[in-house]
Design a protein around this ligand. Structure first.
Ligand code: PMP
Length: 425
């Protein structure tokens, strides 16, 4: 049987960097990535048969843990009826109604195939609705890899130290204005300097692509106010936070109502799905109802809808689910914080609910510039140690840790013991 190194040797000759998404390459932590064979509950297994406690959870969607039996059965049932028709199906209506009936600010929703597509489409409709071109995003927020949004973006660009992407013509980013996360004054200044020209403000309501950076008190509320005062739409990119912080995402958690919202992977339960939705008067502009064009051959794919619907109904049917996730987060990240304190380690922990990050910096991390003060070599050393201990973390200082309900006290304790082992406790 081939090991991960041998798979990587084959992969790099035919796939750029050997991977289909850059952060997976592990080049920044100086390692060959583990090739994965299977996953179950809180565990992931590489092709060598090693078992790890997984804190990537497919970058979010495995909120129920890997290989959930009900989601799996729903997928198998759907597969029995054929994989795709390119025509409407009852499953699409079920999931749209389910989301809209439980999330008040989502009056209409359109399914797409990724978070990137969801955001790209939401921006287009915000421009179509307002008749304006400029958009505001925040440095360190990541909204997928569409041309207009690769400006001061977090995630893989931050990991690889890339300020923007080659191949994006200047014209594509000239209307993208970059603001400072957690600094509403920076947004007010952009509105002032671009009066009547800004279509929307798009924000990760909890920054999760520069490591985890929660919003300061009042930040999201002030964005809402500024958008209202200036006739711009507020878009929450809830690809990470939707159905995770609360069923209604960060909007529900913080009590701030966006005009539009974008969702991603969690809606698909592990299948490639994204969605955008929100105010009916805005969503009515989408073709074929209105003049904003957006389409997709595989959008609303019946197998993906079955997986998503099974996952969302499970999330909604268990009233203690979000409390459990928060308690697990408190145990894990609160426990890590204690260990750092006890050992006088100069590092910072940010966490909220089931999302958390350890930053190798003394600085409080409230924005992109703060996050960039982290010692990425120190992070890489920590990553390698944890992996040896059987803990599978995101291979970057600038990504989140994701907990699922399948992580029990035993896995959390084992993780804390390893953490303590690294920091000398
Ligand atoms: N928005 C946010 C907040 C994300 O975290 C991501 C990816 N993690 C995206 C958009 C893009 O989603 P996708 O990778 O599915 O295109």
């Amino acid at each position: 049987m081939m090991n991960s190194r041998e798979w990587m040797e084959r992969a790099v000759t035919r796939i750029p960097g050997g991977v289909n998404s850059p952060v997976r390459a592990w080049n920044n932590v100086g390692m060959t990535p583990k090739f994965i064979d299977r996953a179950d509950g809180p565990y992931i297994y590489d092709v060598e048969g090693n078992k790890y406690i997984d804190y990537i959870c497919s970058w979010g969607p495995m909120i129920l843990g890997h290989n959930n039996s009900e989601v799996r059965e729903a997928v198998i049932d759907a597969c029995g009826k054929g994989l795709s028709y390119g025509a409407p199906t009852p499953g699409e209506v079920d999931i749209a109604e389910f989301i809209c009936s439980h999330i008040p600010h989502v009056e209409m929703i359109r399914m797409v195939n990724s978070g990137t597509e969801a955001v790209m489409s939401a921006i287009r409709i915000a421009r179509g609705f307002t008749g304006r071109s400029k958009i505001v995003k925040f440095a360190g927020n990541y909204h997928g890899h569409s041309d207009a949004l690769l400006v001061d973006a977090g995630s893989g660009l931050m990991t690889q130290g890339i300020p923007g992407s080659a191949g994006v013509p200047e014209g594509c980013t000239k209307d993208t204005l970059s603001a400072v996360y957690n600094d509403a004054n920076s947004v007010a200044a952009l509105f002032e300097a671009n009066k009547g020209e800004i279509a929307c403000v798009i924000v990760e309501p909890v920054g999760a692509n520069m490591g985890v950076v929660p919003p300061k008190d009042g930040f999201l509320q002030t964005l809402r106010k500024l958008c209202d005062e200036n006739g711009a739409l507020l878009i929450f990119d809830e690809v990470i936070t939707g159905f995770r912080l609360a069923f209604g995402g960060a909007a529900e958690y913080f009590g701030v109502c966006p005009d539009l919202v974008t969702y991603g992977k969690i809606i698909g339960g592990g299948m490639p799905v994204g969605a955008y939705g929100g105010r009916k008067d805005v969503m009515k502009l989408v073709a074929p109802l209105g003049p904003v064009y957006q389409a997709g051959t595989l959008s609303g794919n019946p197998v993906a809808m079955a997986a998503g619907y099974a996952q969302l109904t499970l999330l909604k049917s268990n009233p203690s689910f979000y409390r459990q996730l928060t308690e697990k987060g408190e145990k894990l990240y609160g426990g890590m914080e204690e260990i750092l304190k006890k050992n006088s380690v100069k590092a910072t922990i940010n966490y909220i609910g089931s999302l958390g990050s350890v930053f190798f910096t003394e600085k409080k991390v409230e924005n992109y510039e703060d996050a960039k003060t982290s010692d990425t070599a120190a992070f890489a050393d920590y990553f390698r140690f944890m992996l040896e201990q059987g803990i599978h973390l995101a291979p970057s200082q600038f990504e989140a840790m994701f907990l699922s309900v399948a992580h029990t006290d035993a896995e959390i304790q084992q993780t804390l013991d390893s953490f303590s082992g690294y920091f000398g406790g």
